[in-house]
Design a protein around this ligand. Structure first.
Ligand code: HSE
Length: 431
């Protein structure tokens, strides 16, 4: 089996090294040897000894090379990568990619072309690095009706939150280290603003619920505005703040949202730290399951790429119409259940209200919430923290539709006794 690797960066370099180092074990699994027949890169990777492997600077050289059976796309981005993948498909080649942006945004078109040509486009490495979560949902949970999934699916963001919380390091300092370690996207705002996580969540939701990829409908909120004060109050209330992607099926539609989230501190997923990722998937038959592992990095991501290369190798002689469908469900059986706008999503909420320390302030806050049918689960106000006559009132609500919390926050901010914007962070119990 002849493989061409496009891009010899962090993941490309890792893929080359793993294919070479584990060649014998891989051949025993695949039933034949897998050889890197060509690499397309403009920059050598000092961590790879490419030896006599032919190298070209032109990715289209590789895609048009008749010797290559599988094109491994590891250049990233939406534009050239899309052209490259479509050309590979047109040339009858199978494709393995780690490119979540490409799949989330152009996957519907790419899979349609792949079906026409009878080739496989495999993308395990696009979500949660080395964790085989796509295979788990698509194949291992195929008997279930999936109710919801929730995951820490950006290694860089989780690394930043962990280092800030545990070591008091600054946001910028940790981000720089994540970039040096090859975890971060070329544009790191994709990591911290939740765009990368939304790409991955879009893919997970499609294979969990059997819906087309709809990245444009995902709601994203980043971690850059989180404060140490909220991290500490959350801890005092028994929660951890994680950057979570949540996809939930409701009767009205599907929730698809990425945002900072309070999770009870005793949940396993609340204790997933550093670059590690974890995805919880709840199915009607299996109940809740949890998948954990490195979410980014050279060899963890290569592990998923190589597994796809082995899968493609094994499936070469199978009937293209009877392979595992790209999005887990047969393409003519995808559902048009709508994606809900964030205002129609339901969650519990942490609110921090900066109030003047007057008699009756709490009563006004409680009235505004109760008038909108919002039930308070817990409330905290620390006298010791009164400063300049202001006191933070922290409360956690029961679950409610977001529109009602928006209305309540607007009313709270109109109170004379409330100063500053009300801080709102969603809360998920995940039980
Ligand atoms: N930038 C991504 C992350 C890489 O940090 O999770 C893996 O997809």
């Amino acid at each position: 089996m002849k493989v061409g690797i496009c891009g010899l960066g962090t993941v490309g370099g890792g893929t080359f090294n793993v294919l070479k180092r584990n060649a014998e074990e891989i051949a025993r699994r695949a039933g034949r040897g897998i050889e890197v027949a060509q690499i397309a890169t403009r920059h050598p990777n000092s961590k790879c000894d490419t030896g006599s492997t032919p190298i070209t600077a032109d990715i289209f050289d590789l895609v048009n090379n008749p010797e290559i059976d599988i094109v491994v796309e590891l250049i990233g981005g939406y534009t050239v990568a899309k052209e490259l993948v479509l050309k590979a498909i047109e040339n009858g080649k199978h494709v393995v990619t780690a490119n979540k942006a490409l799949i989330a945004v152009h996957g519907n078109e790419i899979f349609a072309k792949a079906r026409e040509k009878g080739v496989i486009v495999a993308f395990e490495a696009s979500v949660a690095g080395g964790i085989p979560v796509i295979k788990a949902i698509r194949e291992g949970l195929a008997g279930n009706r999936i109710n919801w999934l929730a995951g820490i699916i950006n290694g860089t963001g989780n690394f930043i939150l962990t280092e800030m919380r545990e070591k008091g390091r600054t946001f910028e300092d940790v981000l720089k280290e994540a970039q040096e370690l090859g975890y971060a996207e070329a544009d790191p705002t994709f990591d911290v603003e939740g765009i990368d996580a939304a790409h991955k969540l879009t893919i997970l939701a499609s294979i969990a619920f059997g819906i087309p990829l709809q990245f444009d409908k995902a709601y994203t909120e980043g971690i850059a505005r989180l404060t140490t004060a909220d991290v500490n109050y959350a801890e005092a209330l028994g929660y951890r703040i994680k950057h979570l992607g949540v996809a939930r099926r409701t009767e009205a539609g599907i929730e698809l949202r990425v945002h900072p989230t309070l999770i009870p501190a005793d949940r396993l997923i609340a204790n997933v730290n550093g670059v590690m990722n974890a995805v919880m998937v709840n199915g009607d038959a299996v109940g809740s399951t949890l998948y954990y592992g490195a979410g980014a990095g050279m060899e963890p991501t290569a592990s998923a790429v190589v597994a796809d290369v082995v899968d493609v190798t094994r499936a070469l002689t199978t009937d293209p119409n009877n392979r595992v469908p790209h999005l887990a469900f047969q393409p003519d059986s995808l559902s048009d259940h709508p994606i809900l706008p964030i205002t129609a999503c339901e969650s519990a909420y942490y609110l921090r209200i900066q109030a003047k320390d007057h008699p009756g302030v709490l009563a006004q806050v409680a009235t505004i919430l109760s008038e909108r049918g919002i039930n308070i689960e817990s409330i905290m106000q620390k006298e010791a923290e009164v400063q300049d006559g202001l006191v933070p009132v922290i409360l956690v609500t029961h679950r409610v539709v977001e529109q009602r919390i928006d209305d309540a926050i607007a009313a709270l901010e109109r109170l004379d006794d409330v100063v500053d914007k009300v801080v709102r962070i969603r809360v998920e119990q995940l039980n």
